[in-house]
Design a protein around this ligand. Structure first.
Ligand code: GRF
Length: 189
């Protein structure tokens, strides 16, 4: 089974996913990365991808005159790769209906959706009066962070937890949940 991975920055989730595939953590499920795509030429994740022998395709959004034109390039590359599932692992671009209608994709979001959609989720959920926080993996739809929720993990905010601790906890959970969800989805069909 082939997947595409899209990323924009640090690439820690990309790295964990690649490590799981490399170490064959998913025993009965053979998953191959058909393509990794990065939209920022200087992203730290590029080296991480290379360290697993995957040369990412750089599709720099700044070189396209519209979101649609950028999305067309993404869709073409994904379709050409033969990936049946696309995983957004820290991919920080709004996607147009041109993309969402043609590509089956999942996204990782650092909050308990439908709460705290958007780019400031970690800070907003840290600052909220809620006693719990968490992360979500959901299908990508036209609405930002609004597609069907597939899996979530939550934790209790502890007394005196700093924003750094909170963020670290979020990332630890993300690193577990994303690979697990990819495996479960691909095992299902
Ligand atoms: C993660 O917190 C994810 O939830 C959000 O972007 C971040 C990506 O981190 N969508 P990394 O690039 O995988 O380290």
């Amino acid at each position: 089974k082939k997947i595409a991975i899209l990323f924009s920055g640090e690439g820690s989730n990309l790295e964990k996913l690649l490590a799981c595939l490399h170490n064959q953590v998913f025993e009965h499920c053979k998953i191959k990365v058909a393509i990794a795509i990065c939209n920022r030429p200087n992203a730290a994740g590029i080296e991480k991808s290379r360290s697993y022998g995957i040369e990412p395709l750089i599709i720099d959004h700044a070189r396209y005159e519209s979101r649609e034109a950028f999305d067309e390039a993404l869709v073409e590359a994904i379709h050409h790769s033969g990936a049946e599932l696309t995983v957004l692992a820290g991919f920080m671009r709004f996607l147009t209906p041109y993309f969402t209608q043609q590509v089956k994709a999942i996204n990782l979001h650092p909050s308990l959706l439908p709460l705290f959609k958007g780019g400031n989720a970690i800070k907003e959920s840290f600052d909220s009066p809620m006693k719990v926080a968490g992360i979500s993996v959901h299908y990508v739809s036209e609405e930002l962070d609004g597609g069907e929720i597939i899996a979530q993990r939550c934790f209790e905010k502890s007394e005196g937890m700093s924003l750094e601790d909170f963020e670290a906890k979020i990332h630890t959970l993300e690193h577990e949940l994303l690979p697990e969800t990819v495996k479960n989805l691909l095992n299902r069909n």
